[in-house]
Unconditional design. Structure first.
Length: 111
């Protein structure tokens, strides 16, 4: 892993999403996304949850994590992709559900 990803590691609280409101984000558990030090992670918001593997790299002069995930949406198997990058305001990114919805998100580091 490169030093670039160090700033992404840890658990982030999803504070805002473009498609879903705060009530949905925190429906089951407080919405979160987490990146571990082994290139993996997990997220949950509303009834959407997934586990993923990620890679970090440069994109338009920013360092971005990209990931492919598998999990569930309302108990049905689901998968998708996403990306995240750290900026002055915290973590921002986008989660895509294959054959379904997608949304940008903003998150703040927990702890």
């Amino acid at each position: 892993m490169t030093l670039v990803t160090q700033k992404h590691l840890g658990r982030w609280r999803i504070a805002e999403m473009g498609r879903w409101d705060a009530d949905f984000i925190d429906l089951v558990v407080p919405g979160f996304i987490r990146f571990d030090g082994r290139g993996g992670g997990e997220f949950q918001f509303g009834t959407v949850q997934g586990q993923f593997r990620f890679r970090a790299g440069g994109y338009e002069e920013k360092y971005r994590i990209v990931f492919a995930w598998e999990g569930a949406v309302e108990f049905d198997p689901a998968k998708g992709t996403g990306w995240a990058e750290v900026g002055n305001e915290g973590l921002r990114g986008h989660i895509y559900i294959h054959d379904g919805d997608d949304s940008w998100f903003k998150a703040k580091r927990e702890g």
